[in-house]
Design a protein around this ligand. Structure first.
Ligand code: S3P
Length: 441
């Protein structure tokens, strides 16, 4: 553990315009879909992070060529039957749950055994949530103890399924949607609300998909086998990366930040709804529709009086990757903030709920926990003066970034380890922090 940083000073007021890198969910989906399209796809502003590099390595191991140009990546696909792979292929998904789960969907028709492995953190995560529905298509899937490694042998004789996605997991929904693409007949999915980038892509690629919605669920029907043509795509900015800078701005004095070209798909903007309910004043300007995704510039300014929130449970899914940083805002808000049923938060790159509570306790912030519900007792006068060491967080990129923002806004002297983990989702994180004036040693 040699890679650590030291932060001893709060950030000074800033007024800046920035851009963040491409959305991770959309980048991974665009790589996987391009690998199954017919022809050459061009992907612009693709996120160049470890998770996405692992997606590129994965399609390469499946016989798909890609080239990097100055402005874009070009991927040549040969349709849904276009993967060519060696015997006993092992795919290493690294830290990426999205990649590991979605690729299983695309391997559903491959009549060879492929083993999926991942890093220490990914190897602790549950895979039964995808292996169970995917087995119903007729693939042979084995996992040890519901976890990685997972071995899949697909089949040429698949049957469509009816699937009820109860967790609100876009990864599960998308894995089944990708398998449906490769299966003759009509697959029907009833899904608890979750991010809908795969649906947007399917529509844009003219894949036969029908979607209807009620308040709680989305009903999706996909007709396979549905080959589709290659495409050009400009990946919009990642709101999950913006989240750290939004809270940095809110909790800093006399600051103003504009973040250009961010994906504000409403299945992702839970953080904005939550922070605005906490009395922040975050605005979207220059809204436009891009191939079904909504994009805008985000404007945010400092807010000295944030208020506690009773966070509506229905926002959990659309803020799922942002709760860590929302907790820091809640720690500095007036009053008690309540968050309910955050069990899925403990199923991420690290048990984020447990880790967040430990960090908040370390900072002297009172937290009450009841199963997966928590109350954070905010303190608007919170000023830290102690020394804080952040390590052993399973290299969770979002724990790292949350800790950096806490140190730059709350004070104290911080030593934060495993800084390399930013590369998982946001390699430019430190560069942008420095552009905003952060002093990091
Ligand atoms: C993702 C879905 C979410 C999210 C993850 C990315 C995706 O996970 O936490 O970072 O790209 O589909 P779940 O689907 O497990 O909720």
């Amino acid at each position: 553990m040699t890679n650590h940083i030291v932060i001893k000073k709060k950030i000074t007021p800033f007024k800046k315009k920035i851009g963040v890198s491409g959305d991770k969910s959309i980048s991974i989906r665009s790589v996987l879909l391009a690998s199954q399209a017919i022809g050459k796809s061009k992907l612009y502003n693709l996120l160049e992070s470890e998770d996405v590099f692992n997606a590129l390595k994965t399609i390469k191991s499946l016989g798909i060529k890609y080239k990097k140009f100055n402005s874009h990546y070009e991927i040549t696909g040969y349709g849904l039957n276009g993967y060519k792979l060696k015997k006993n292929l092992v795919i290493d998904a690294g830290n990426s749950g999205t990649l590991a789960r979605l690729i299983l969907g695309l391997l559903i028709n491959i009549n060879k055994c492929v083993k999926i492995v991942g890093d220490k953190s990914l190897s602790k995560r549950d895979f039964s949530r995808v292996t169970e529905p995917l087995s119903l298509f007729g693939a042979n899937i084995n996992s040890s103890n519901r976890k990685l490694p997972v071995k899949i042998t697909g089949s040429e004789f698949l049957r469509p399924i009816n699937y009820f996605e109860k967790l609100g997991s876009a990864q599960c929904k998308s894995a089944v949607m990708l398998a449906a693409l490769k299966t003759h007949g009509l697959t029907k999915i009833k899904a608890k609300k979750s991010r809908d980038h795969t649906e947007m892509f399917f529509k844009h690629l003219n894949i036969p998909i029908k979607i209807s919605k009620n308040k709680k669920f989305d009903f999706i029907e996909i007709k396979g086998i549905s080959n589709f043509k290659s495409f050009d795509y400009i990946v919009p900015g990642d709101i999950s990366s913006c989240a750290f800078f939004i809270v940095l701005t809110l909790l800093s004095k006399k600051s103003y930040l504009v973040i250009k070209n961010v994906n504000i798909n409403k299945t992702r903007t839970g953080i904005i709804t939550i922070l605005n309910k906490m009395n922040a004043n975050i605005n979207f300007k220059n809204k436009k529709n891009y191939k079904g995704e909504l994009i805008a510039d985000i404007h945010v300014k400092s807010k000295s009086k944030l208020l506690g929130i009773k966070c509506p449970e229905k926002l959990n899914s659309s803020a799922i990757d942002e709760f860590l940083i929302i907790f820091i805002a809640a720690a500095k808000a007036k009053g008690i903030s309540h968050f309910k049923n955050l069990s899925e938060l403990n199923k991420k790159e690290s048990p984020r709920l447990d880790i967040a509570i430990k960090i908040l306790n370390k900072l002297g912030i009172k937290v009450k926990r009841n199963n997966y519900d928590i109350k954070i007792y905010g303190n608007p006068d919170l000023k830290l003066e102690g020394k804080y060491v952040i390590k052993n967080f399973m290299k969770d990129h979002r724990v790292l970034m949350m800790s950096c923002i806490a140190s730059l806004t709350l004070g104290g002297e911080w030593k934060i380890y495993d800084t390399d983990s930013a590369k998982t989702s946001f390699p430019n994180f430190f560069k942008i922090l420095k552009q905003l004036g952060a002093k990091i040693n």
